[in-house]
Design a protein around this ligand. Structure first.
Ligand SMILES: [Zn+2]
Length: 271
């Protein structure tokens, strides 16, 4: 029994259908039945405007096109497949802190009044794991994105996205590329101690007032071509496996490029 869970116990367990784990995938007819019951229970909760899915075990989260007045909480949840918020309108926060997602995460074209978070869940001391890719294209997220200490096996692709306030990926581990192109970070960017296995792209984006990449590790190339950098960009102690490219980046204040370890470092600011 979970605190704040109002679901009835499922069969002879002491948990509701949403908090029960998914059965072993080999047990197919039973697995399909459980998935169906979980989907039904999610629809029931949505109808009752109950968006507390903390610690649930779900097959997938498909909230495509939904309009929700308030926060949605999936903290500590397990999701067997994808998380989809494409085209959704959320008038609050979307919280996935300390969750395990086996598939992809999609926030394309979403409009979110609050923030979106996949950070460490300090309450249960658990980081978030995303096995697939994260896609946030053409979205508008007023409160920004928190991906602190997240572990993502694939790529993160932001494109044409506006973050009103903050972009935090401090201590995140990314298996693929990080794309933040033709987008707006908001005022506060923290990529300190991030590990990116492949490339980092900030091309044609606008970076707000405070941006830290301190002690970031990037396996391949770093690209800030035609990036609009409003203020300080802290690149102290960054390790880059490939080249660092800052062609036609605007620079309005001191950038700190101390102790950068990169085989090729090309900076041609246009002040
Ligand atoms: Zn429950």
């Amino acid at each position: 029994m979970y605190i704040n869970c109002h679901g009835d116990d499922f069969e002879d367990t002491e948990l509701c259908i949403l908090h029960n784990q998914l059965p072993n995938g080999n047990n197919l007819p039973y697995f399909d039945k459980i998935v169906e019951l979980k989907e039904e229970a999610i629809r029931d909760k949505i109808e009752k405007n109950d968006f507390n899915f903390e610690h649930t075990n779900l097959f997938e989260v498909n909230f495509e096109g939904l309009h929700i007045e308030g926060n949605i909480n999936f903290a500590g949840s397990y999701i067997y497949k994808d998380v989809n918020f494409e085209n959704s309108h959320i008038m609050g926060d979307v919280i996935f802190d300390g969750s395990q997602i086996e598939g992809d995460v999609n926030f394309n074209l979403s409009q979110i009044s609050g923030y979106v978070s996949f950070s460490r869940n300090y309450e249960i001391s658990k980081i978030s794991n995303i096995k697939g890719n994260v896609s946030i294209k053409g979205a508008n997220i007023n409160g920004g994105i928190f991906l602190r200490e997240v572990n993502i096996s694939g790529d993160i692709k932001f494109d044409n996205t506006d973050l009103g306030f903050v972009l935090r990926l401090d201590e995140a581990k990314i298996g693929g590329d990080v794309w933040f192109t033709s987008s707006n970070t908001g005022n506060f960017v923290d990529f300190s101690k991030i590990t990116i296995e492949k490339n980092l792209y900030f091309d044609h984006s606008k970076i707000g007032r405070f941006a830290s990449f301190t002690a970031a590790k990037i396996g391949l190339n770093v690209n800030f071509n035609s990036t609009f950098i409003e203020n300080d960009l802290d690149f102290v102690g960054v390790k880059i496996g490939g080249s660092a490219n800052f062609n036609d980046a605007n620079k309005y204040a001191n950038s700190l490029f101390k102790n950068v370890k990169s085989p090729i470092f090309k900076v041609s600011f246009n002040c």
